[in-house]
Every structure is written in structure tokens, then in C-alpha cells.
Design a protein around this ligand. Structure first.
Ligand code: FAD
Length: 317
């Protein structure tokens, strides 16, 4: 059975949920081989084995860790050359998309970004459904040249366990001088909130200008649901919430099971980041707010009254 390479998304060995999703998808296409770059393999191994990685290619070279994405693309290109995989699956985040683009060029392969579904093609190859134009359309697409390089959006598959060996193989790799052209000089740890990461959370509760800068009811509802907190650009630009929490065209694209927009009007640029969410709920005091055009459930009301009641109801449930 052909190998399917999955680039592991992790922080110091703590494997993100997207990786379990990608391993689940990889099993539809062949035998998953995880590519683990960085430190903390011992912590990661259990999760990789649990979700079906038969093999794990490990790269721990300091040269890879201390540079930006270029060496990671070179590692994958080397593995594409040696393993001839049926496909390479990469998380569809900012870093993943850059790695995928560089890899596609290096291997002269076709690239599909923002896939929301990946399965074996009818006549061989790999069939994907791709979210395009910021989630406005989906198209079916397939790679016709080289090795299919596919970035997959978070929450595109429910992770399914399938225990495997996760036998590790250390990769002998040294990045080229060109890949070492930019070096990380300092990295600052993000303040831990205890909440899930925005792009991989199953539930996101976002606040906008309607919060007036008071995100406490948004955060309380998010915490009662175990959700991540997002924000509109208006809220971010006002300095009420960090830029890293912005949802939208120029922020992060999220696709959770449930998205709750609180005091957000629903501008096209905000929709671009959340309209592929499975269920959308909005709380807005203006019943003509455009956000109500795309919701599954809408509550016309003052978020400072509605959200505390919702939070209490969730806690009581
Ligand atoms: P508003 O549009 O001002 O809406 C506030 C809403 O809150 C209103 O509907 C109001 O009825 C409601 N409200 C007020 N008080 C309450 C209350 N007490 N209870 C309940 N509801 C209340 N925006 C993004 O979000 N993400 C992006 O990535 C992004 N990228 C952009 C890129 C470009 C190039 C441009 C030009 C714009 C971009 N924008 C983006 C900005 C976007 O156009 C909107 O200005 C922004 O989304 C508005 O944010 P908002 O909905 O919070 O504010």
C-alpha cells in the first residue's frame, strides 16, 4: 500500500487535533506516515500511533528548527523523492500553505489548498473538495501532475482511532544554504489562555464592536462551552482583543462545528473567515444586521443580557 505523508502540527511534541484529522484522512488513501519535525517526539508518539501512523519520519536537526519554513519544505521534498507517496497532507494554516507551495515547486507537483474533503479518485489519484474564495464556493479538484500536495482545513474530518506502530525512522537531512537564508532570532511564547486554539476549536464564540470592548460575557460563554474566543476586525483594531484572535479575510479562517457571533454585523470580510462553520448562531440587537442572512439560529437582543443567560443555561445543562 502506498505511503501517504502527513506533516505533524505540534508544539514541543503536543500534537494538535488537525494532525489526528489528517491521519484519519490519510488512511482513506493509503498507509499514513507522519513527518515529525522538531523536539518532543516521545510525547507525540502515543497520539501518532493512536491515529494510525504506521511510520514516523523524524527530523530533529537544529538547522531546521532555527529557520523558517524553507527547510521543512526541503525535508518533505527529500521524502517525496525517497518514499514516492500517494499524497502529502499538510495542515491548512499560514505556515502549512507556505510549506506546501514551496514543496509543490520543488517536486513539480500540483497543489490543492484549503481542502475540506479528500478521498480516493474514481479513476485513481486523489479527489478533493476545496473551499475557494474565502469559503464562498466549494469546487471538486484533483491533482494531475506529480505527487498530490494538499493542505487540509481543520475540522474536515472527525479523528478516528486506528492503532498502528508509529515506528520511527530518523531522517538524515541537512538544509541547503538557500533554505537557511532567514533565521529565527527570537520567539516569544504566547500567553496561555487555557482555551483551545482558534483554528482547530470545535466551538468558537466571537465578539465584535457590539461588545463595546467588554469581552467578559463572550469569554464566559466560550468557557462554559469549552470554546475558543474570536473577534471581528473592528474589535481587534480598537485594541480590545489580540490580532491573533481576528476572524476573517485578513484574520484567521475557522470552520468549527458551532460559531457564535456576538455583536458582529456580518461584513463580507468577517464572513470570509467563518461562513464554512457547520452551525452559525448570532446575537445582535439589530434584526436587520447582515449576519442574520447566514445564521442557522439568530437571537435579536442585547448581548449583555442574552450571553449571561446562555452561559447559565449551558452550565446548568
Ligand atoms: P460593526 O459592523 O460596527 O457591527 C457591530 C454590530 O454589533 C452591529 O450589527 C450592532 O447592531 C451590534 N451591536 C451593537 N451593540 C450590541 C449589543 N449590545 N448587543 C448585540 N449586538 C450589538 N473584518 C473582520 O471581522 N475580519 C477581517 O478579517 C476583516 N478584514 C478586512 C479587510 C479589508 C480589506 C477591509 C476593507 C475590511 C476588513 N474587515 C474585516 C472589516 C469589516 O469590513 C467590518 O468593518 C468589520 O467586520 C466590522 O466589525 P463588527 O461587525 O464588529 O462591527
Amino acid at each position: 500500500m502506498a505511503e501517504v505523508l502527513v506533516l505533524v502540527d505540534h508544539v514541543d511534541g503536543k500534537v494538535r487535533k488537525t494532525t489526528s484529522e489528517l491521519l484519519t484522512i490519510a488512511r482513506r488513501l493509503g498507509e499514513p506516515s507522519a513527518v515529525f519535525i522538531g523536539e518532543g517526539f516521545d510525547s507525540a508518539k502515543e497520539t501518532l500511533a493512536k491515529f494510525g501512523a504506521a511510520k514516523v519520519y523524524r527530523v530533529e536537526s537544529a538547522d531546521v528548527l532555527s529557520h523558517l519554513v524553507a527547510p521543512q519544505a526541503e525535508v518533505l521534498a527529500q521524502l517525496v523523492g525517497s518514499a514516492s507517496p500517494a499524497a502529502v497532507l499538510i495542515p491548512s494554516n499560514v505556515e502549512g500553505k507556505e510549506i506546501a507551495a514551496r514543496l509543490a515547486i520543488k517536486t513539480e507537483s500540483g497543489l490543492i489548498t484549503d481542502a475540506v474533503d479528500v478521498k480516493p479518485g474514481a479513476g485513481g489519484g486523489v479527489a478533493t473538495t476545496q473551499s475557494v474564495f474565502a469559503g464562498s464556493y466549494t469546487v471538486d479538484a484533483t491533482v494531475t501532475k506529480g505527487t498530490p500536495i494538499i493542505t487540509v482545513k481543520p475540522n474536515s474530518a472527525a479523528p478516528e482511532e486506528a492503532p498502528a506502530a508509529a515506528a520511527d525512522e530518523v531522517v538524515d537531512f541537512a538544509p541547503s544554504d538557500a533554505a537557511k537564508g532567514a533565521r529565527i532570532t527570537e520567539s516569544k511564547e504566547k500567553q496561555a489562555t487555557g482555551r483551545p486554539e482558534l483554528t482547530e476549536a470545535a466551538i468558537v464564540v466571537s465578539g465584535g464592536r457590539g461588545t463595546g470592548g467588554d469581552f467578559s460575557p463572550v469569554e464566559a460563554l466560550a468557557d462554559s462551552l469549552g470554546a475558543a474566543v474570536g473577534a471581528s476586525r473592528a474589535a481587534v483594531d480598537a485594541g480590545w482583543y489580540p490580532h491573533t484572535s481576528q476572524v476573517g479575510q485578513t484574520g484567521k479562517q475557522v470552520s468549527p462545528q458551532l460559531y457564535v457571533a456576538c455583536g458582529i454585523s456580518g461584513a463580507i470580510q468577517h464572513r470570509a473567515g467563518m461562513q464554512t462553520s457547520k452551525t452559525i448562531v448570532a446575537v445582535n440587537k439589530d434584526n436587520e444586521a447582515p449576519i442574520f442572512e447566514l445564521v442557522d439560529f439568530g437571537v435579536v437582543g442585547d448581548l449583555f443580557q442574552v450571553l449571561p443567560q446562555a452561559t447559565e443555561a449551558v452550565k446548568a445543562a
